[in-house]
Design a protein around this ligand. Structure first.
Ligand code: ZN
Length: 146
């Protein structure tokens, strides 16, 4: 499984593909060179921060994990417990903080938090609580253009 340190620059894909639930097509958005896109939750599971996180944060993360962002054909199982959940193992969560920073995490981050007490960087927790899910931003842009 691909692993990146938290808050390093995200360069896994330069184009993000959002598959809207209930829509027959994919929507692409390309990261701009000026975008600040950072990695979160690509766990190097030998050591990661653990601790309590707000219940609201967990609920939102679970909700965001149902969007199909950067869906891949293959699925990664959880490197910690082996959980094989193709829905979580084959997509990402992208969240934009109010300051514009975008955080890109594997959808498995929702499982890492709820099952393994992973505590992501505070900036990511704040972005999920106060920022916007990129899939929602794309969804809104789509409905405006339709
Ligand atoms: Zn697990």
């Amino acid at each position: 499984m691909t692993r990146f340190r938290d808050l390093t620059k995200y360069e896994y894909f330069d184009e993000t593909v959002v598959s809207l639930v209930g829509e027959p097509h994919y929507v692409h958005y390309r990261h701009q060179p000026t975008d600040r896109v950072l990695n979160v939750g690509w766990l190097n599971f030998e050591r990661f921060d653990q601790g309590d996180v707000p219940a609201d944060f967990v609920a939102r993360l679970d909700e965001y994990a149902t969007d199909r962002v950067n869906q891949t054909r293959g699925s990664q199982s959880c490197p910690i417990c082996g959980l094989d959940n193709p829905s979580l193992g084959s997509a990402e969560i992208h969240v934009q903080a109010p300051d514009g920073t975008i955080y890109a995490a594997p959808a498995l981050v929702a499982h890492y938090v709820s099952a393994h007490r992973y505590r992501p960087p505070k900036a990511f927790i704040d972005a999920v609580l106060t920022g916007r899910n990129m899939a929602d931003i794309v969804r809104d842009a789509q409905s405006l253009s339709n």
